[in-house]
Design a protein around this ligand. Sequence first.
Ligand SMILES: C[S@@+](CC[C@H](N)C(=O)[O-])C[C@H]1O[C@@H](n2cnc3c(N)ncnc32)[C@H](O)[C@@H]1O
Length: 231
Amino acid sequence: MNHKANKEQEVDVFYDSISKSYTEAIRRCVPEYEEMLKSLFIYLKPDFLPKKILELGCGTGNLTQLVHLKFPNAAITAVDISTECINECKSRISSSNIEYVKSDFKEIHFPDNGFDLVLSSISIHHIKDADKEILFQKLHKYQSANGVLSFCDQFRGESDFIYQKHIERWKEFAIKQGASTDEWEMWMKHQKDHDYHSTLANHFHWIKSAGYKLVDCTKRHLLWTTLYAEK
Ligand SMILES: C[S@@+](CC[C@H](N)C(=O)[O-])C[C@H]1O[C@@H](n2cnc3c(N)ncnc32)[C@H](O)[C@@H]1O
């Protein structure tokens, strides 16, 4: 097994180990975190009432909680690779409408045309670009006619200069918000080991190629980008 494959397997171990402190840490370290989560709902049409929702990378449930509040009668399938994050999520949100699935995004299998809405927050960047491309193709198949994909994630800038500038400004923000230097270093190590940031242009290409009829960027701040797509 090569070194990189080994690191990839550890993403669950990393999130297991920080599951108790994650909810507070992410609010401190991600600029405009709450606004970003809310941005996933802003462009949903007023008459769009999803019955079945898929959330990729529920983590400790920050988005799961919001989507369950917004669509209390919808059946939510929440996927994550970390058992401890799923346990934390379950302890915060208990509802018979939420089914938790422990799985790697690369291994998900769901029936075709099932989900009216697919949501995700800062999770898909943990898989490599070739796997992202396959994931968007699968999601398109799993979505019902006119289904919506709404997700936010960390994207690379279109040039190294822009990308590095984003990271510099992110560090200034995190330190100002109370992140310690150790915490910042911890995220940077995590980024090196487990993150595969890609550009907005690549995401548009993959999503359109998967068959979505439209895709638009509805919010962007530094790395954090919200996309809205319709099947
Ligand atoms: C940064 S957290 C985001 C959690 C939550 N969505 C939020 O906005 O706070 C990323 C989540 O993705 C999960 N994850 C990372 N790689 C994954 C993979 N390959 N398959 C499934 N889940 C994965 C992690 O376990 C973690 O809970």
